[in-house]
Structures are given as structure tokens and as C-alpha cells.
Design a protein around this ligand. Structure first.
Ligand code: SPQ
Length: 419
């Protein structure tokens, strides 16, 4: 069982954005509760290579911003490691700056589609070269002289939206971006606090050019995606009761809470407040013996896309059928997360079927130990560490190190809560 309370580590999405926006602002920025995960450190590395002075002291980061037009041409290739957020968002910034730069990443990044970002940036007049017509790394961006655009998004993706908002900061006029389905909006919230001229009306984002962004101190909210592993662990292991403090509760990220409630899970939000423009609160989660299946599809998908692997584990412990669909995007994350969950949960004895855009899980089933192939995907690795809490026999992960991408100290925390 899991028992106790703890302070949640900083949000990955917000930490990336805090470094990027501070780097292109004018003045001194302090970022507190920054996530020291490998992905966010890759973002720091890229901006240091473009001449930004970034200093790390414990969980705080100090950034001396170079201003909107102050980045320098990097001497070397920019390596984003495993981070999709870094490569997509930085592309928007590079498109606006008057130099060329080349982006690469690891084996997983080499398989993740970039045309969703490079196509609209080309529409803004940016010259971009790369493998398969700039769909894959290495990607070379020749920045500068961007034209304003009106762009209808083809995929529900906060990374694409954010890259275009960042490019729009450098355009020669007012840009409009139209989303089909609302995706996480940390970029819009944080950039406004830096002085960007951004108006949001439902699914439309209008961006007017500004001359400069101004420095900010940012306190990063806790990462609800990281919390989701502990949430599910507490819901499914007998006798559990956990308080998770300082959880980011931005509505574009809280799909997991809605689903847990719909599945009869015992979860309560306490002490809601606003920190650096983001809603945060504490979560009280208790063992829930009467979980039921649910259908998860359409608009809720972007609000819980990264939580689907661990929701699949939860569904094996719910009475009845859980259907997850409209989640094709899972195939182009750090791994094909549909296949990774279906194959590994099948090995553990779950009743689970793969769909083109999701999966169907029939519960409740007893899970048994197995050798798990993580594909070096942090979210797959953590999902199966949670499945182990209720399985008969050992669950062996072929890679644990990947968890450091988003959740350094994960096993220490899990061990400290395990009673
Ligand atoms: O950065 P990366 O590797 O793309 O991270 C993931 C994750 O699970 O940590 C996805 F694999 O989160 C994305 C998320 O899926 C982070 C993100 C963001 O910060 O803007 C947005 C989502 O991706 P997308 O493609 O839907 O915009």
C-alpha cells in the first residue's frame, strides 16, 4: 500500500517553457521548483549554446535573458536528447532568429514527426531542410523575416501550437492560430506574463508582434502527469492513502481527475490556489475497491494524453470495460505507447485489445509478474512499476534509467510511500 504525503516535483511542460521564454526576455529571471529532469536539462543546454547565461542552484534556475532578438548562432549542433517538447518549441524560436542552426536528438526523436511544425513554419516563409522533407532529424532551420499567418491546426498538439505562437512573436503582423480541440495552454499563460500580446478566444489564438519580452520570476507548479503514477498506485493498492501537494490543476491537464472520478475512484482536491498564473492544489487519493470501466475519447484525450499508459493499468483493476479511442497520437510519442501497453499488459495476464487509435480493456484481472520492454520510454517504465504494486511476482523493467527524463528520484519516493 502507499501511505504518506509529499511535495510534487515541477511540471515538465512548464519548466521547458520557463527556460525558453526567460532566455528570449530582457533581464534577470528566477525559476523555482524547476524540474531537473533530463529533458529540461536538454533545453537548458540548447539555450546555453545560443549564448544565454543560465545558472542552476539546487531546485532554482537563474536565467539572464538575451532579449527577443539577442540569441547567438550556436557554434555546434543543438542536441535535444529525448525531448519532443524541446525540438518542437525551439523550432519556432529558431525560425524567428536571424541565423541558421541544426537540431538533432536521440533514436526516439529521430522517429518523431516534425512536418507538423516545419510545414506551417515554411508557410511563414522560413527555409527548413531535413530528412524526408524536414519530417525527421537532423533538421536545419534558416531563421529570420517571418510573414504573418492564419493557420488551422491539423493535429491537437500543444507543441505545434506553441512553436507557431513562438514563431508569431517574430512575424511581420498579427497571426491567428485555430485549434480543433483545446490542448495544454501553458505557453499562452506564461508568454502573456512576459508581456506578449496574445488574445485567446475559445479555440482561436491571436498574436500581435511586440518589440521585447520582459523578465519574470516563475514558480513552477507540480507535474500532474508525474503525480498520475502515484494517484493510480494509491487507487489500486489496498489500504492506501496519499496526499500529493502542489499539483498543477490547469484545466487543459486535469483529464485524469475527471476519469478517476468517472471510474469511481476516491480523489479529492484540497487547498486550491493560483501560482504564477497556474491553478494548483493538493490531492487526497485513497484506495478504491469499487472501480468501474469508462469510455475515454474525443475532447478529453489531449487533457490526459500522457496519462493514458497508467490509466490502462488502472483499467485492469476496474470492473467492466474501459474503451480508449481517438488517441492515435500515442503512436508517435517516445515509443508507440498503444503497442507498448497492450503487449506488456498482455504478458502480465490482462484482458486487453489493441485498436488503431487506442485500446479496450476488460477488468478486473489479476496481474502476474513479467519481463517488461520499456522502449526506454519513461511513462511506460513508471506505469509498470505501478502495475507491480498489485501483481503476483516480480515485474522486471529492461530500463529504469529513462525515468530520469521526467521524474528524477521516482523510486526513492515510491519506496518512501510503500508500506
Ligand atoms: O516532450 P515530449 O517527449 O513530447 O513529452 C511528452 C511526455 O510524455 O512527456 C510526450 F511524449 O509530453 C508532451 C505531450 O504529450 C509534452 C507537451 C508539451 O509540453 O507541450 C505536449 C504533449 O505533446 P503534443 O504532441 O500533444 O503537443
Amino acid at each position: 500500500m502507499l501511505k504518506g504525503s509529499f511535495e510534487l516535483i515541477g511540471d515538465k511542460s512548464i519548466s521547458h517553457r520557463a527556460i525558453m521564454f526567460s532566455s528570449i526576455s530582457k533581464g534577470y529571471n528566477k525559476i523555482s521548483n524547476f524540474l531537473m529532469g533530463q529533458d529540461c536539462l536538454s533545453t537548458i543546454d540548447c539555450f546555453r549554446k545560443m549564448g544565454v547565461d543560465i545558472e542552476i542552484k539546487d531546485r532554482e534556475v537563474f536565467v539572464k535573458g538575451n532579449g527577443l532578438y539577442g540569441l547567438k548562432k550556436p557554434d555546434n549542433i543543438l542536441d535535444v536528447g529525448n525531448s519532443g517538447t524541446t525540438i518542437r518549441l525551439i523550432s519556432g524560436i529558431l525560425a524567428g532568429n536571424n541565423f541558421d542552426a541544426t537540431l538533432i536528438g536521440d533514436e526516439s526523436i529521430a522517429k518523431r514527426p516534425m512536418k507538423r511544425v516545419t510545414d506551417p513554419l515554411r508557410l511563414m516563409g522560413c527555409k527548413i531542410e531535413g530528412k524526408d522533407d524536414a519530417n525527421y532529424t537532423p533538421i536545419k532551420i534558416y531563421g529570420g523575416n517571418l510573414k504573418a499567418i492564419d493557420y488551422k491546426m491539423q493535429v491537437a498538439s500543444a507543441q505545434v501550437k506553441s512553436a507557431l505562437i513562438l514563431g508569431s512573436l517574430y512575424a511581420d503582423g498579427r497571426c491567428s492560430i485555430y485549434e480543433k480541440v483545446k490542448s495544454r495552454n501553458h505557453t499562452e499563460i506564461m508568454l502573456k506574463s512576459f508581456g506578449a500580446d496574445i488574445e485567446v478566444e475559445d479555440l482561436t489564438i491571436n498574436i500581435n508582434p511586440v518589440k521585447e519580452l520582459f523578465s519574470q520570476d516563475i514558480n513552477v507548479a507540480g507535474d500532474i502527469s508525474s503525480a498520475s503514477f502515484i494517484i493510480v498506485g494509491a487507487l489500486i493498492s489496498k489500504g492506501s492513502e496519499v496526499v500529493i501537494k502542489n499539483v498543477g490543476l490547469n484545466e487543459t491537464r486535469t483529464g485524469i481527475i475527471d476519469v478517476v472520478k468517472a471510474m469511481n475512484g476516491n480523489i479529492e482536491i484540497l487547498n486550491e490556489r493560483v501560482v504564477s498564473g497556474e491553478l494548483v492544489g493538493d490531492l487526497l487519493v485513497k484506495y478504491s475497491p469499487n472501480l468501474v470501466g469508462a469510455t475515454i475519447d474525443k475532447e478529453i484525450i489531449p487533457r490526459l494524453i500522457d496519462e493514458i499508459p497508467v490509466i490502462a493499468v488502472l483499467a485492469t483493476q476496474a470492473e467492466g470495460t474501459t474503451i480508449i479511442k481517438d488517441a492515435k497520437e500515442l503512436k508517435v510519442k517516445e515509443s508507440n505507447r498503444i503497442k507498448a501497453m497492450v503487449d506488456n499488459l498482455t504478458l502480465m495476464g490482462a484482458d486487453i485489445e489493441e485498436l488503431e487509435d487506442g485500446m479496450i480493456i476488460n477488468g478486473k484481472t489479476k496481474l502476474s509478474g513479467a519481463n517488461i520492454q520499456t522502449f526506454k520510454d519513461h511513462r511506460i517504465a513508471m506505469s509498470f512499476s505501478i502495475a507491480e504494486l498489485i501483481s503476483d511476482g516480480e515485474v522486471k523493467l529492461d530500463d529504469k534509467e529513462c525515468i530520469g527524463i521526467s521524474f528524477p528520484g521516482y523510486f526513492d519516493l515510491l519506496n518512501s510511500l510503500s508500506k
